[in-house]
Design a protein around this ligand. Structure first.
Ligand code: G3H
Ligand code: ZN
Length: 281
């Protein structure tokens, strides 16, 4: 069933686990995520980035996710990931998205507040909660250009949440997008300080490849949503490559099927790691 972002995160916060937010851009990937969640009776967030939407089509992705959400008896959130354009956020709401992550973190603090506020106001009309980002969880090209970390300031986080009305906050505590290996540098003291000042569920981006111990510690310190993308793509692609090498198939089902299966395996592992299995009510 299709549910809102705020409803799954509230429950996760109360019960002390994190909901996996998994990125998709085609039918096989949506199936991998929702079928894995259904098999483990877990709530799940289906993340679609702006690039995924450009690739697959907004209406198309929405129909596939909503159709599957109806079919399986687990809570499913259809979520925009790193939305940077208000217009697209609005289009997502119109086609039935139930969660929005709006990322205005690259602008100045005041601009981040103002742009996030706008989207929160808009989403409220649809009963949908918004996740904002404060600090910057950088992508590899950004990190290469300027390798300084822009971490979340706990006091500012408190003010940001109060002023914007976001239902969740993505934090920058040394995490980076795309299979980083800097996990030993995660600033857990900072995460604890943010948790003390902010009552909304916190979100960990760039979690591909993070060891279970790191994930568990983050969950204990208030992380309720964990975003995984790269690790899924790697598993999918590796499996497709393997299938293509084996029999040189000409039928896409003969290599996309194994890709879907491999991705499903990773999603299941993560769900168990995050403690969200058997949490679908
Ligand atoms: O928003 C998406 C994520 O933060 C995924 O990051 O590709 O490093 O897993 P990742
Ligand atoms: Zn992210």
């Amino acid at each position: 069933m299709l549910v809102t972002l705020q409803s799954v995160l509230r429950r996760a916060q109360k019960r002390g686990y994190a909901v996996g937010a998994f990125n998709v851009s085609d039918l096989e990937q949506v199936q991998a995520v929702i079928q894995a969640a259904a098999a483990l009776r877990a709530p799940v967030i289906v993340n679609t980035s702006e690039k995924a939407i450009a690739y697959a089509g907004l209406e198309e992705l929405a129909v596939v996710v909503k159709t599957m959400a109806k079919k399986y008896p687990v809570p499913v959130v259809l979520d925009l990931d790193h939305g940077r354009h208000r217009r697209l956020a609005e289009r997502c709401l119109r086609v039935g998205y139930t969660g929005l992550m709006f990322d205005a973190s690259r602008g100045r603090y005041g601009q981040n507040i103002a742009r996030t506020q706008q989207v929160v106001r808009l989403a409220r009309r649809y009963g949908v909660g918004v996740e904002g980002e404060l600090g910057q969880v950088k992508y590899p090209d950004e990190f290469q250009r300027s390798p300084d970390l822009v971490l979340t300031n706990p006091q500012q986080a408190q003010d940001f949440v109060r002023q914007t009305g976001v239902v969740a906050l993505a934090v920058a505590i040394g995490n980076l997008h795309v299979l980083s290996s800097r996990f030993e540098h995660l600033d857990f003291r900072r995460l604890g300080a943010i948790r003390q000042r902010v009552t909304v569920p916190l979100v960990l981006h760039g979690a591909s490849g993070m060891p279970a111990a790191v994930i568990r510690r983050a969950i204990r310190l208030g992380i309720c949503k964990i975003n995984i993308d790269t690790e899924l793509r790697v598993a999918f692609s590796r499996s497709v490559r393997h299938a293509l090498r084996q029999d040189h198939p000409y039928d896409p089902r003969d290599y996309l099927g194994p890709g879907r299966q491999a991705m499903m395996g990773v999603v299941k592992q993560k769900i168990v790691m995050f403690g969200s299995h058997r949490q679908a009510k």
